[in-house]
Design a protein around this ligand. Structure first.
Ligand code: UT7
Length: 341
């Protein structure tokens, strides 16, 4: 277990000052999916909590990964009262970049006109937004960066095997953004801690075999759907419950808090049953857990920032509240960030 808590003595801390989110226009309901594979609305709702998800129109200029990120980033900038030329750094978490080269971060920098920012992609799968947030926090605390734009955006529909009922029911497309900026180390509203972890031994639980340098997408690989996601659902389910619970407790205990001190848990949205199992383990009421999986499915790195953004905008999250962001993803990767909003 890697613990990246705040050990550097710094006059700075970082705070989230704006959030935004964006989704493609088209809804894909469970009934729509039941026309493609042998499944039903009842099975999907009961086993996952998902009712519908949004799917990008392939090739549509407004629904490319970086176009969704652009829409989310503009909303986050507006909330933070910032302009693109004030961004020093763009950290873009995704596993479905617009192109392998250049990065989605560079596409976004161009679309946003954030000419001062340096930009890079970061791959930690569904944990990506938290890994990006923790990275931004470190750059800000070191004094190198004042204002960072963090993106969690994925178009998972591009790597979904639409003939595999065991996985295609889960995923959707979307983008979330946050502006993270420098504040004083003792400021009331700030990021309190971050803890990250990975276990590459469990790579086989969730991977895309072809399309990287190990295996090109040859006609043979294509015909076997090796360029699409391959998932061991039951194995991931178990690791997810374990790591989400462990990293929630790590965040709580390292800040000398108790579960009841947390106002909201914002977990990765992969399956409502995973979220409920974690809440039960922590003895934490579901009424204080933010859930958007019913409407958007698993949008990978976008789940946490979009759920966060929704609750900030509709007033559920209030100033001064303590938020626990808690994730897991392929790799495997996992982590938590504690925020005083
Ligand atoms: O970001 C991380 C990404 N992935 C995850 O977090 C995935 C975590 N895992 C899960 O969410 C769940 O394991 C699934 C939703 C993928 C599957 O749910 P499950 O309760 O673990 O079902 P199962 O795989 O044990 O399958 C139970 C039955 C099987 O039939 P039999 O063998 O009992 O006859 C499956 O063939 O349900 C069948 N089944 C389906 N039936 C209708 C599997 N998928 C479907 C389906 N519709 N879509």
């Amino acid at each position: 277990m890697n613990t990246a808590t705040h050990t550097i003595l710094s006059p700075y801390a970082s705070k989230i000052s704006g959030t935004g989110s964006a989704f493609p226009r088209d809804r894909l309901t469970n009934d729509d999916l039941a026309k493609r594979v042998d499944t039903s609305d009842e099975w999907i709702t009961e086993r996952t909590g998902i009712r519908e998800r949004r799917i990008s129109r392939p090739g549509h200029p407004d629904e490319q990964n970086s176009s969704l990120a652009l829409a989310a980033a503009l909303k986050a900038l507006e909330m933070a009262g910032k302009t693109p030329d004030q961004i020093d750094q763009i950290l873009y978490a995704t596993v479905t970049p617009d192109t392998i080269i250049p990065s989605s971060a560079c596409w976004l920098q161009k679309k946003l006109g954030a000419h001062r920012a340096w930009a890079m992609d970061l791959n930690a799968a569904c944990s990506g937004f938290i890994f990006a947030l923790a990275t931004a926090d470190q750059f800000i605390r070191s004094g190198q960066v004042k204002t960072s734009l963090i993106i969690g955006a994925d178009v998972l529909s591009s790597v979904t095997n639409w003939s595999d009922r065991g996985s295609c029911i889960l995923f959707g497309d979307g983008a979330g953004a946050a502006i993270v900026e420098r504040t004083d180390s003792e400021a009331p509203h700030r990021i309190l801690s971050s803890h990250l972890g990975s276990d590459g031994n469990l790579w086989e639980h969730f991977h895309v075999p072809a399309g990287g340098s190990n295996l090109e997408v040859t006609p043979d690989a294509y015909s076997k759907n090796l360029h699409k996601m391959h998932m061991k659902g039951k194995e991931i389910f178990k690791s997810a419950v374990r790591t989400l619970s462990d990293y929630a407790l790590l965040a709580i205990e390292s800040n000398q808090l108790k579960p009841e001190d947390i106002d909201w848990i914002i977990p990765h949205q992969a399956n409502l049953r995973i979220i409920e199992a974690v809440a039960k383990r922590l003895d934490f009421p579901m009424s204080k857990v933010l859930v958007n999986i019913d409407r958007f499915g698993n949008t990978s790195s976008a789940t946490v920032p979009t759920a966060l953004d929704e609750a900030i905008r509709d007033g559920r999250i209030k100033k001064g509240q303590t938020l626990l962001l808690d994730v897991f993803g392929a790799g495997l990767t996992y982590g938590s960030v504690l925020v005083r909003w």
